[in-house]
Design a protein around this ligand. Structure first.
Ligand SMILES: O=C(O)CCC(=O)C(=O)O
Ligand SMILES: [Fe+2]
Length: 280
C-alpha cells in the first residue's frame, strides 16, 4: 500500500470488528496481514478504540492503579514516616483529598528549593508586558530530579507508600507558582493518544495513571483545583493534597481538572505524576 490514510470508513470497520467480538490485537493482525503499516494501524486503533486497547504495557509495568489503603476508611493512612489524614474520597472518578501530607516546614523547604529555579511555564500569554495573563497555563514551573535531595526523596517515599505505587514509577516532582490572575485551564494529565509526540513519551514508563497535587501554601483567595465534569472544587490548603487516578487516556474518566485563577496571594503546588511502569 502506498498512501495509507485513516479514513472514517476504516474507523467504522474497526468499530464493527470490535462489536463482532474481535480483540484489538486480532484486528491489528488482520490489518498487518492486508498490508497496513504497523504504526498507522496502531494509531487507527487508538483513535477508534482508545489508546489502552493497543497499548502494550511497558516493561516492569505495575497492574492496576495507584490507590491508598482506604478499605477501613480510618481517619488517617499510614504513609510510612507520617500519618496522613483522609478528608474526603470520591469513588467515581477516584478523587481523594488528603490532609497533612507535608508539614509546614517541608512545604516551606520545597518552595525555597524550587523558587531559585522557577521559569515561566511554556504556554505563556503572547504580547503585553506579562501583567495580564491569559494563556492555558500561566504559572511558573520547574522539575526536580527524582530523589534529588534528602527532602525530595523523603516526600517521594511517603507518596509511594501512601498511594501504594512504586517510587520509580513516578515522574520528578513538578513545582508550579501561580501569581494573582494565573491559572491552569482544565486539561487531562494523560498523554493524548492521537498526538504525534505521544508514542515517544510513552517509551519512558508508559501512560500516566494518577496525579497527586500537593498544596505548598494557602492562597488568600482563588486558586482552587477544579474538576468541571463532576462539579468539584478543592480548596488549596497548605500541606493538603488531592489525588486522582485514571485507568485509560480518555475523557470518560471524568478527570478533567484545572487550577482556577488565583485572586489574591500566591499559590504554590507540587505535582507528582504516576506512570504505568518505571519512568526513566
Ligand atoms: O494547580 C492546580 O490546582 C492543578 C495543577 C495541575 O493540574 C497539574 O499540575 O497537572
Ligand atoms: Fe493537571
Amino acid at each position: 500500500m502506498s498512501q495509507q490514510v485513516i479514513t472514517p470508513e476504516l474507523c467504522e470497520w474497526i468499530t464493527e470488528q470490535t462489536a463482532a467480538g474481535h480483540s484489538a490485537e486480532s484486528i491489528l493482525g488482520a490489518m498487518l496481514g492486508s498490508g497496513w503499516d504497523e504504526s498507522i494501524a496502531r494509531l487507527a486503533l487508538a483513535r477508534t478504540l482508545g489508546q489502552s486497547a493497543t497499548l502494550t504495557p511497558p516493561p516492569g509495568a505495575t497492574p492496576g492503579l495507584p490507590e491508598p489503603e482506604l478499605t477501613r476508611f480510618a481517619p488517617v493512612v499510614d504513609a510510612g514516616d507520617r500519618q496522613v489524614k483522609v478528608l474526603m474520597a470520591l469513588r467515581q472518578p477516584r478523587v481523594v483529598l488528603f490532609g497533612d501530607v507535608l508539614s509546614n516546614e517541608e512545604c516551606d523547604e520545597v518552595m525555597a528549593l524550587a523558587g531559585k529555579r522557577l521559569a515561566r511555564s511554556e504556554t505563556v500569554a503572547t504580547g503585553g508586558d506579562g501583567s495580564e495573563v491569559n494563556a492555558a497555563r500561566t504559572s511558573d514551573g520547574m522539575f526536580f530530579e527524582r530523589c534529588e535531595t534528602e527532602l525530595i526523596r523523603r516526600v517521594e517515599t511517603r507518596i509511594a507508600t501512601l498511594l501504594r505505587w512504586p517510587l520509580d514509577h513516578g515522574e520528578g516532582l513538578q513545582v508550579l507558582r501561580y501569581r494573582p490572575g494565573a491559572e491552569y485551564q482544565p486539561h487531562y494529565d494523560y498523554f493524548e493518544p492521537s498526538h504525534v509526540s505521544t508514542p515517544n513519551i510513552l517509551k519512558r514508563g508508559g501512560q500516566r495513571v494518577g496525579t497527586l497535587v500537593i498544596y505548598l501554601n494557602t492562597p488568600t483567595a482563588g486558586g482552587s483545583t477544579i474538576f468541571p465534569d463532576i462539579g468539584l472544587d478543592v480548596a488549596p490548603v497548605k500541606g493538603n493534597a488531592v489525588f486522582f487516578s485514571y485507568d485509560r487516556p480518555h475523557p470518560s474518566t471524568q478527570t478533567l481538572h484545572g487550577g482556577a485563577p488565583v485572586i489574591e496571594g500566591e499559590k504554590w503546588v507540587a505535582t507528582k505524576w504516576l506512570r504505568q511502569g518505571v519512568f526513566t
